[in-house]
Design a protein around this ligand. Structure first.
Ligand code: ZN
Ligand code: ZN
Length: 415
């Protein structure tokens, strides 16, 4: 059944298309259905359109966070072993609503989110951002995605253990190939693999090299065959080099990247998704939510590299996407990534990372991250100019009176 929704005309605004270097006055934007129909610096004629007077505020594309986990709803993720999938889903609904409330109209889930939760958002059952899902994050036995305790021997059942549901174990190229195919069969938009140790897993050293070159190559080959790509969790230059040399397209975290591995990543047209906020916030607040000493020690190892990694990538010409990677109760700090990055980058660079670069990473150039005809009508209205004040993105969306996704108002306090 088709119902005709009237067009929506935004006027009296400053337009911030991140391809520009500043917001421009005198523009109007017409939305029809799920997409932007017209953008003009002259008044747009649209009889019958519902007019939104923006009161001189700044209209810009919705934000894109390329590294979230909507299902990892505990700071100490080991607590998830006793969280059933029903409760996990209910919590994810809460976390996703908070994300779109903060102006993130698109997120890339890097392990956990499945086609079920994606469908729930797409069909309007749950308010939330557009989801690009990875299904289960795949790693080797004993690696970052092996959630078993040392006393567990066989595989754990995933039906009442959220950690098993979010992560998969595969060993050897053939098993990796099969597991990658399985994620894609279940609707994964991209494939997540583990190439180095991690902070939130207690038993694998941070500098351990996880999947072998042959295993990584099997994953990237399969993903490519299916029209997908592979993202890799990797901290060290060795892990980054191994991943990128074997076809990985995006490096997650990358805190300890050096000039040489950054140059390699740039030469392949790859991306890095940094997430400074999680290290700083974990240091301050994770212990109160039960994160253990051995995890926090690993956090210290990578924290120092975080700001430096942005400068190294900039010098090497690696494009960096916006990421947060916050777990559970700490996800409220998602927008603070803007502020941490501002220590070494200009506001325009960071806003581009959270829009244009995000769209490239998601292979949605021209559809997301811009305000242009034919793009999805994913828009936010800001109480001021974020190029002058990134803090406007803070406070859980308090400075965003309008949030629209696919032409539908998630929020509109201007009426
Ligand atoms: Zn990771
Ligand atoms: Zn992550």
């Amino acid at each position: 059944m088709e119902s005709r929704v009237p067009a929506i005309l935004f006027r009296n605004l400053k337009l911030l298309d991140p391809r520009w270097t500043a917001a421009r006055g005198g523009y109007e934007v017409l939305v029809e259905g799920a997409t932007i129909k017209e953008v003009s610096d002259k008044p747009i004629k649209a009889s019958g359109a519902r007019v939104v007077d923006c009161g001189g505020r700044t209209l810009m594309p919705g934000l894109i966070d390329c590294h979230v986990h909507v299902f990892l709803s505990e700071v100490n993720i080991r607590n998830l072993e006793a969280v059933p999938l029903t409760l996990l889903t209910a919590r994810a609904a809460d976390l996703m609503k908070a994300m779109i409330d903060r102006g993130f109209t698109t997120v890339r889930d890097t392990g956990g989110a499945d086609w079920g939760i994606k469908t729930a958002v797409e069909t309007g059952l749950i308010p939330g951002p557009r989801l690009f899902i990875s299904g289960r994050a795949i790693g080797p036995t004993g690696g970052h995605s092996d959630s078993r305790r040392r006393t567990d021997t066989g595989p754990n059942c995933g039906c009442c253990n959220a950690m098993v549901y979010a992560m998969a174990i595969a060993d050897g190229a053939d098993e990796v190939r099969k597991t990658v195919r399985e994620q894609m069969r279940q609707g994964a938009d991209q494939i997540k693999i583990m190439c180095s140790g991690g902070v939130a897993s207690p038993y694998d050293p941070l500098d351990s090299l996880q999947f072998s070159p042959a295993e990584i190559a099997a994953a990237t080959d399969e993903a490519k065959n299916f029209g997908r790509y592979v993202l890799a969790h990797a901290y060290t230059p060795e892990a980054i080099t191994r991943a990128v040399s074997n076809g990985v397209r995006t490096i997650e975290h990358g805190n300890l990247i050096d000039a040489k591995s950054a140059k390699l990543l740039a030469s392949k047209g790859g991306f890095m998704i940094a997430n400074l906020v999680t290290y700083f916030v974990m240091k301050e607040r994770a212990a109160q939510f039960g994160m253990t000493r051995d995890m926090l020690d690993k956090n210290d190892l990578v924290m120092d590299g975080a700001l430096r990694s942005l400068e190294i990538c900039k010098r090497a010409g690696v494009e960096v996407g916006y990421g947060s990677d916050l777990l559970g109760q700490l996800q409220v700090e998602q927008s603070c990534e803007f502020i941490y990055r501002a220590e070494v980058l200009k506001p325009l660079e960071i806003i581009r990372q959270a829009t244009l670069v995000g769209a490239k990473i998601l292979r949605q150039e021209g559809k997301l991250g811009v305000v242009a005809p034919g793009a999805f009508a994913d828009l936010i209205l800001v109480d001021g100019d974020p190029l002058k004040k990134l803090e406007l993105f803070l406070d859980q969306g308090a400075h965003l009176p309008v949030i629209m996704k696919a032409g539908q108002f998630h929020k509109n306090t201007l009426r």
